[in-house]
Design a binder for this molecule. Structure first.
Ligand code: C5P
Length: 233
């Protein structure tokens, strides 16, 4: 049975304030998306990569990213959808029955490690559904629309959720099917599984596994990339 990674990179990067979608911006000397894909390419736990990009970029990404950087595990480059969830769905729709575990990881999180991929696959095989994340460091408050604090949440129970999120294929496919039936959009994949009542295990990740969203994140990524050692099992 296979482990398949879906890498949604179909966003337009509106919050980056740049002419290019953020996934193609260079960090060090290679595009952000290539950093991310390389870790999956090197991981012994990953058999196939389904890469999802904006429809108009499919050919360009094929030659300038997949071929140029010898990313041979990328078996399909698919068109993205309106929202991230639609892009992931396009990946889930083409996965074969020979797939056991599906890992979903944002194309714009280049600091994923081989160790985290291994842990996510192993825990998903055991529990069926996992997300990775880190405990919050700051105090989190619920605030109303006029700026008044409604509540201070118990920090000990709060985690920031990242990707990868990993699932047994049948569980995530059912969660997506139900979400579309109910017109439900979540901000991550695990929330679709949670709403089915299926338990999702949280796995500790690292604070450096950031999502590159705004120009400050790109500066931080440049710094982190300089001190990074890539070891992929
Ligand atoms: O939107 P956000 O910045 O949270 O994006 C997380 C990931 O989802 C990015 O890699 C982005 O390219 C991808 N995405 C997508 N399709 C969309 C919107 C975002 O694949 N329509």
């Amino acid at each position: 049975m296979k482990n398949v990674a879906i890498i949604p990179a179909g966003g337009s990067g509106k919050r980056m304030d740049s002419r290019f979608p953020k996934q193609y911006l260079p960090v060090g000397d290679i595009p952000l998306l290539v950093h991310t894909l390389k870790i999956f390419q090197l991981s012994l736990l990953i058999d196939d990569i389904l890469l999802v990009v904006p429809e108009e970029d499919i050919h360009k990404v094929g030659s300038l990213i997949v071929e140029r950087y010898s990313l041979s595990k990328v078996s399909q480059i698919l068109a993205g959808g309106n929202k991230r969830q639609d892009s992931v769905k396009n990946g889930l729709d083409v996965i074969g029955d020979d797939c056991d575990i599906v890992l979903i990881h944002d194309g714009v999180r280049p600091f994923i490690s081989g160790k985290l991929i291994r842990l996510a696959v192993q825990e998903a095989a055991k529990h069926g559904a996992v997300a990775v994340g880190v405990p919050v460091k700051d105090t989190v408050k619920r605030v109303d629309q006029d700026g008044w604090i409604l509540e201070t949440l118990n920090r000990q129970m709060l985690w920031l959720t990242q990707t990868p999120q990993a699932f047994k294929r049948l569980i995530i496919q059912e969660a997506y099917q139900r979400a579309y039936q109910d017109h439900f959009y979540g901000t991550d994949d695990a929330s679709l599984v949670e709403r089915m009542g299926h338990p999702v295990r949280m796995i500790p990740a690292t604070y450096e596994n950031i999502k590159i969203t705004t120009p400050e994140d790109l500066l931080l990524a440049e710094l982190l990339m300089k001190t990074r050692k890539v070891t992929v099992p």
